[in-house]
Design a protein around this ligand. Structure first.
Ligand code: TMP
Length: 184
């Protein structure tokens, strides 16, 4: 199974994806990945270098092509749990002003996950939870990204979990509960 976690930073997706991977004995991975392109992306996200938003969208798509090869290899052996994937690009880059059809088109080689968990959170709580801020870590922007994610949740059937007032354990148990009810 290929399981993806999406959400704004501070939603708990990294903690939860790691916990689930451990529980399932799955391979845990993340985007932007640690490929060469991923490293360039992190430099841009830190604000050190500025590029056009379309360029950044292309870099995320390029990183994803490389990363998807690794995911496919791992899927031959075990389940894969991924912290961010295609939907991060659709949400963040479209809110940043890039045409959604362009984003979908350059990501046409992405895998279709079996399950996507979208973790949502009150924006104030998210900002309090996040320690290192990148170029997207601004209240109004994150609100728009979360709204876009919720729109995508309907289009792609995500499982949506609000983590605002829940403990790590409560959210984890909710996730396990959903997985138990999914035939595979
Ligand atoms: P992270 O904080 O989860 O490591 O993600 C890094 C940032 O990159 C975060 O602000 C979301 C952003 N991002 C995109 O804008 N598009 C993408 O396709 C991905 C994977 C991440």
């Amino acid at each position: 199974m290929f399981i993806v976690f999406e959400g704004i930073d501070g939603s708990g997706k990294t903690t939860q994806s790691k916990l689930l991977a451990k529980k399932m004995d799955a391979f845990w991975t993340y985007e932007p990945s640690n490929s060469l392109v991923g490293k360039i992306i992190r430099e841009i996200l830190s604000g050190k270098t500025e590029v056009d938003n379309k360029t950044l969208a292309l870099l995320f798509a390029a990183d994803r092509i490389e990363h998807t090869k690794l995911i496919k290899e791992e899927l031959k052996k075990r389940d894969v749990v991924c912290d961010r994937y295609l939907y991060s690009s659709i949400a963040y880059q479209s809110v940043a002003g890039v045409d959604e059809n362009f984003i979908k088109s350059i990501n046409r080689y992405a895998l279709k996950p079996d399950i996507v968990f979208l973790l949502i959170v009150d924006i104030e709580t998210a900002l309090k939870r996040v320690k290192t801020k990148d170029i997207f870590e601004k209240k109004d922007f994150l609100k728009k990204v979360q709204d876009k994610y919720l729109e995508l949740a309907e289009e792609y059937n995500f499982i949506v979990i609000d983590t605002t007032k829940k403990s790590v354990e409560e959210v984890h148990n909710e996730i396990i509960g959903y997985l138990k009810n999914i035939p595979h």
